[in-house]
Each structure stands twice: as structure tokens, then as C-alpha cells.
Design a binder for this molecule. Sequence first.
Ligand SMILES: NC(=O)C1=CN([C@@H]2O[C@H](COP(=O)(O)OP(=O)(O)OC[C@H]3O[C@@H](n4cnc5c(N)ncnc54)[C@H](OP(=O)(O)O)[C@@H]3O)[C@@H](O)[C@H]2O)[C@@H](O)CC1
Ligand SMILES: Nc1ncnc2c1ncn2[C@@H]1O[C@H](COP(=O)(O)OP(=O)(O)O)[C@@H](O)[C@H]1O
Ligand SMILES: [K+]
Length: 464
Amino acid sequence: MSAWDAGRPILTAGETRAAEQALFDGGMSVEALMARAGAALAELVWRHAGPVDTLIVCGPGNNGGDGYVAAALLRRLGMTVRVAALAAPRTDAARHARDGWGGAVEAFAESAPATVLVDALFGTGLTRGLDTAVATKLAALAAAATVTIAVDLPSGIATDDGAVLTEGLPRFDLTLALGALKPAHRLRPAADHVGRVVVGEIGIPTDATGLRELARPRLSAPTAADHKYSRGMVAVAGGAMPGAALLAATAAQRAGAGYVALSNGAGGGPMALVHRPLEALIDDKRVGALAIGPGLGRDSAARDILAVALGSARPLLVDADALVLLGQPGLKRLGALEAMAILTPHEGEFAKLFPGIASDRLSRARAGAARSGAVLLLKGSDSIVAHPDGRAVIAPAAPAWLASAGTGDVLAGTIAAMRARGLDAFDAACAGLWLHGEAARIAGPALIADDLAAALPRALEQCL
Ligand SMILES: NC(=O)C1=CN([C@@H]2O[C@H](COP(=O)(O)OP(=O)(O)OC[C@H]3O[C@@H](n4cnc5c(N)ncnc54)[C@H](OP(=O)(O)O)[C@@H]3O)[C@@H](O)[C@H]2O)[C@@H](O)CC1
Ligand SMILES: Nc1ncnc2c1ncn2[C@@H]1O[C@H](COP(=O)(O)OP(=O)(O)O)[C@@H](O)[C@H]1O
Ligand SMILES: [K+]
């Protein structure tokens, strides 16, 4: 299964509305869909918080409507549940839901805290940050609660770009994503506020999405018919700083490549690493991926090495210094290559390579892929893989211990191994990114890039 098919769909606010509309066009009522959403919420509260006193704070839209539905269901289960409203319902469905609750409705500003706080103020309809008084009250209720649950999204974050629009927004324990994940559940800084995310299946169609969550890849183990070249041959073009290229090459070996060759290396590294000149490697048709950038340097020698790599027919992975040296002519060459290339910039490299693309991270990654004609992996604490055709995958948060020199070099080698084993550029970037995050979890606190490479086999094991 491809990385695209394996990942859970992520819908924007607009896509969610369109998906809901498709159900309504098919004859379903808004009230019926809200009944499903409210039931999913009631079940989540019941399962995760138990029969303790609960306060559900409801906004004026359908997010608030979900809250009223859940309140009525929880009361029926015998729970002590109170409802507080920020404003009267403004949609027919939310009014219907409040009528179904029928009990007392406190004023939000005066409501007392409870053990469980359910935030049903705003969801995908949020258009601006919360007023200061509302934000302060929500934070106080959250601070006094033992368990905090957000309906669809914590109120105060932008659904589509991961922006936090409200100062002092609480970090919730749990978020019930209705129908599908939204970008804000995975994009930082919003993602820092969602806690554990549970997707509530309410039956909305999700196939029109252009965005998915990174999923664990399924990879095959070598069979009796395999030999070292069929498992994937990786070439790493080294340069001024041999350590970085060596890390990338070692990572490619540990990620399962059958043959890894390093050019311009200073020697050293695993005995199994082959040292060969770049000119010989680019003419070797067995090379399934050529990684260039880690430790390349930015001098004239580095430019020459990059020119050789760009002139080769080997599938390219362009990282680090090579991204900075590429420039506009290099980008043009990339787009014209027969085998789709992979670019792995961090934010700084991205800004140098694509001056003038200033937007949220997801839009930037997509624009960079479209402009280069290459798969673009925008690194960071919420890494994104974008295809030139507009599809994108967001990785769940990886351990921040990855913020350590050389971990990007390990990622480059890991992705090169995936590309060389025969995955297409998009799947290789996704598989490598997943293995990298998992290796970081395995390596644990204070990891160094060498540990990460050493942990790759155990990450790989989980994909077989
Ligand atoms: N669609 C469906 O059928 C279903 C949807 N479902 C649920 O509905 C949610 C989306 O519902 P929604 O579209 O009604 O938007 P919602 O987030 O409740 O708020 C919109 C209201 O808030 C207002 N407003 C916005 N920002 C504000 C602010 N900062 N401060 C103050 N006010 C602000 C805005 O008015 P405005 O002032 O912007 O005109 C408007 O009145 C979705 O997340 C899911 O939970 C499920 O029930 C399944 C069925
Ligand atoms: N705070 C963080 N949380 C999670 N992952 C991070 C964080 N900071 C960096 N990373 C990851 O660590 C790697 C760093 O790569 P890079 O910036 O190229 O470093 P280097 O050039 O030193 O190898 C990337 O995969 C990036 O996504
Ligand atoms: K909410």
C-alpha cells in the first residue's frame, strides 16, 4: 500500500463543510449528523473521564450543538453534567440540540469549574481569536479541571494552518476530531494544544482530501531471490565535511540498503562502506538513489560535485548545502529530470531556495514541491512531505530530542535507502520520515545522530 493510501485523511474546514454537504444532499439532516457527533462525544467523555461531574461549555454554532447533544446523553447515563453557554444558539441544529437538552443553561462567564471540562465553544467555524475575557475564563476552567476535552478543536486555533489565534489557550488532554483529522491537529503550534486526538467516525466522506497523516510504511524483508544490489544501492556524494556524509551513508546501510558507496569520503566509517569516486557511481545503473548535500560544503569544489550529480540520471536526494547551492538554475534542472528528485530542506534552507514563498508551513511545502517539480520534505517538529501534484502528508510530532546536529544527515540516508529499494520519490520520503521518527523514539533522550542510525534496524523491524 502506498504512503498516500495508508495515511488517515486530514480535511480542511472547507473540505469538511463540503463533505458534510454531500451527506445533506443525500438526504441526511444536519440534526441527524449532529446526533452522531454528540453521541461520539458522549461516548468519549464516558470512556475517558468516567462518571464524574462534567461541565460542557457551548458556543453559538454547531460545535456548541454537539455539546448540548452530548450533555443530554450523559445525563441519561446518570452523570452529573452542567451546561454553560457563551451565547444563544445561532443555527437551527444547535437550537434543536439545546431544546433536546432542556435543562438549565448557565452563563459561561459565571460558570463554576468541574472535574471534567468539555470545550464546545467553537470548532471549524472559528473566524478569529477568542475575546480576552472568554479566553481567560476558558483557561481558568481548564486549570481547575482534572480532564479537559476539546470538541473537534480546542477553541481558539485556526483549523487549516495550525495557527494559535488566542493567547493563553489551554493544552487539552483529549480532542475529539469529528469525521476526520484537521490540519490543526497535526500542525504546530496548534498541535501542541490538542493532546491525544481521537477521530469520531460520523460517516462523512473523506476521499476528496489532498492531505493525509504519515502512516507506518509496510516494507518487505529480503527473500532468497535477493542479492545486495536488488536490496538497493545507494551512493552518497561527500565533500568538505566527511562526518555528515558518513552519517548519511551509515544511515542508508542501517535502513536496509544492500550496498552503500561514498565518494569524496575521508575513509573511516563501517568496513562495509564502499569508497568510490562519484564519476564511477553516476554511471552505475544499479545506483537507485544518489544523496547529495550532507557535508558537501559550499565552495567551488562543492559546486562542481553538485553539477556532476545534477547531470546524472540517478534518482536524486538533495539536502543541506546542496539545497543552498542549487539556486534557480539548479531548480530548473531538477524539474526536468527523468526520475523525480527529493528535496529535504529545513526552514532556513527552504527560505534560501524559495525566496518569496512566505505562508504557513503546509502551503510553503506544497508551493516548493510545485515550483521544483520534486517531492519536498519540509523538516521541523511537524515535518511535511509534499508532492508536486498537491498531495501532502504531515508527520505526527517526533521527539524534540531530534534537534541535534547530524540527525538531518541520518534522515537523508534513510530516505535514500527507501528510494534505492524501489519506492517512488513520495513513498520513499514518507517511509524514511516515519523510520526516522520511530528511530528517535527508540534511541530516547539525549540521542546523538549516531544513535539514531543505530536504532534504524529496530524501527525497520516494525515495518516488516
Ligand atoms: N456542519 C455540520 O452540519 C456539523 C458540524 N459539526 C460541528 O460543528 C462545528 C462547526 O460548526 P459551525 O460551522 O457552526 O461553527 P462553530 O465552530 O460552531 O462556530 C461558528 C460560530 O461562532 C462565531 N464565531 C467564530 N469565531 C468566533 C470568535 N472568535 N468569537 C466569537 N464568535 C465566533 C461565528 O459567528 P461570526 O461572528 O464569525 O459570524 C458562528 O456563529 C464543527 O467543528 C463540529 O463540531 C457537527 O455537529 C456535525 C454536523
Ligand atoms: N524540535 C524538534 N522536534 C522534532 N523533530 C525535530 C525538531 N528539531 C529538529 N527536528 C528534526 O531533526 C532533523 C534535523 O535536521 P537538520 O536541521 O537538517 O539537522 P542537521 O543539518 O544537523 O542534520 C530533521 O529531521 C527535523 O525534522
Ligand atoms: K471546541
